[in-house]
Design a protein around this ligand. Structure first.
Ligand code: GLN
Length: 194
């Protein structure tokens, strides 16, 4: 099993380091050719506007959209979640892969200086709270009926899943806790044996 990290921009190294720590083979994905070699993909946090542009230039935009719709496992963190969302309600208007039936408000949790850490409880990774780090985080303002909530903060969903699509408003790759990456690796592993 091999998991890719979309390697355009953003928190790439931190996700690769997490995957190394849990013993999962990994690679930075910047082309369709390398995408062909992975069984699942993490889309990191960073700047969603820049990532959309680069995805389109490389042809990965349409390719990813097609694969994710066919059950390819993907996990988007922060800007990665924005990219997966069906609708972005903030302005200016921005394109996205539209594979996850949620609407998000970019920077809905405030600007860089309003970044914060919260202990949240995440269904399916065990009872111990997870130290979730929010940086210019997107806020989920609507969720579709097929979307499951895995964690909330102040009553709002901050981690969700739909089929094999996972997304979180926060950055698990910069906490020391590997449980979220382990959970996603398990999803990728299970998908392989289907
Ligand atoms: N606010 C950023 C965006 O809109 C996301 C921030 C992040 O990924 N930490 O792309």
């Amino acid at each position: 099993m091999r998991i890719g990290v979309l390697g355009m921009q953003g928190d790439i190294e931190e996700h690769l380091a997490m995957l190394n720590e849990i013993g999962v083979e990994n690679v930075r994905v910047k082309s369709i050719k390398v995408l062909d070699t992975v069984d699942g993909l993490i889309i990191p946090g960073g700047e969603s506007t820049t990532m959309v542009k680069l995805l389109k230039i490389t042809g990965l935009f349409n390719e990813l959209k097609k694969r994710i719709r066919n059950g390819f496992p993907v996990y988007g963190t922060c800007a990665g979640m924005i990219l997966l969302s069906k609708k972005i309600v903030s302005h200016p208007e921005q394109d996205s892969l539209k594979v996850l039936d949620v609407s998000v408000n970019r920077n809905g949790y405030g600007r860089q200086v309003e970044s914060f850490v919260a202990n949240i409880s995440i269904a399916s990774i065990g009872g111990i709270p997870f130290k979730a780090i929010f940086i210019r985080a997107p806020q989920i303002v609507r969720i579709g009926k097929d979307v499951e909530i895995l964690a909330t903060y102040n009553g709002d969903p901050v981690m969700i899943k739909s089929g094999r699509i996972f997304a979180s408003s926060f950055h698990p790759e910069i906490s020391k806790d590997t449980r979220v990456h382990e959970m996603f690796a398990q999803v990728v592993k299970n998908a392989l044996s289907c």
